[in-house]
Design a protein around this ligand. Structure first.
Ligand code: CA
Length: 227
């Protein structure tokens, strides 16, 4: 996933770029509004983090111009603390979410991921990858055209992995997603679930789209996906 960061505070921009990079995103960054608008127009990003006060084209104007041109890129706006007008104007100009400075990096990542997931959901109720075809609305799955029955948990797990194809999802992240109200779950539950899902997707072992990355988590990848 490719993210555009438009922020003129160099230290913050550097932190954002480094953190997003560690999370597996490809990052393009600029501190200039004109360049930001140009990049947003010319390159296919999956999401953007946009500061409002910028040299060159201001953040709100970037957002307005993008939306006027039909660009639906998910945008997380960064606002100055206490500037509630920024929030209102940002949302009116087409921001998908906003975050007041200063913020915790974890919070930014969580908000950004939520935006990306929502965008993926809106973009298509059907996700196809290799031999798999997953219908989110109908909660159905086909493998090489044949329907495969999944439990609700198996479906949710596969849907999340496929929606974030190519990204490593930690066990913690997946457990939080699948069992949000279960305080003392243990990671064996997730491992068993992954094992069962793999066998259903791939009974003869010819295709294993769910990789285990030791100590890191799981990743859905089809042959040819970048590592
Ligand atoms: Ca600024």
């Amino acid at each position: 996933m490719r993210i555009l960061v438009i922020e003129d505070e160099a230290a913050l921009r550097g932190q954002l770029a480094a953190q997003l990079g560690r999370e597996g995103f490809r990052v393009d960054q600029t501190g200039d509004g004109d360049e930001g608008l140009y990049l947003a127009r010319e390159y296919p990003f999956d999401g953007a983090v946009l500061d409002l006060g910028l040299p060159g084209t201001p953040g709100l104007e970037i957002l307005r111009q993008m939306r006027a041109a039909g660009n639906r890129l998910p945008v997380l706006v960064l606002t100055a603390r206490g500037r509630w007008q920024d929030k209102v104007e940002g949302l009116e100009a087409g921001a998908d979410d906003y975050l007041a400075k200063p913020f915790e990096m974890e919070e930014l990542l969580a908000r950004l991921r939520a935006l990306l997931r929502r965008a993926a959901g809106a973009a298509g109720q059907v996700i196809e990858a290799g031999p798999l075809r997953l219908d989110r609305a109908g909660q159905r799955l086909w493998v090489r055209g044949a329907p495969v029955e999944l439990t609700a948990y198996e479906f949710r797990l596969l849907e999340r992995l496929m929606a974030e194809r190519g990204r490593v999802l930690s066990k913690r992240e997946l457990s939080d997603y699948l069992y949000p109200h279960d305080e003392d779950r243990d990671s064996n539950v997730l491992e068993v679930l992954v094992g069962r899902l793999r066998r259903k997707l791939d009974p003869d072992g010819s295709l294993v789209p769910i990789e285990t990355l030791r100590g890191r988590g799981y990743r859905f990848a089809i042959d040819g996906d970048p590592v």
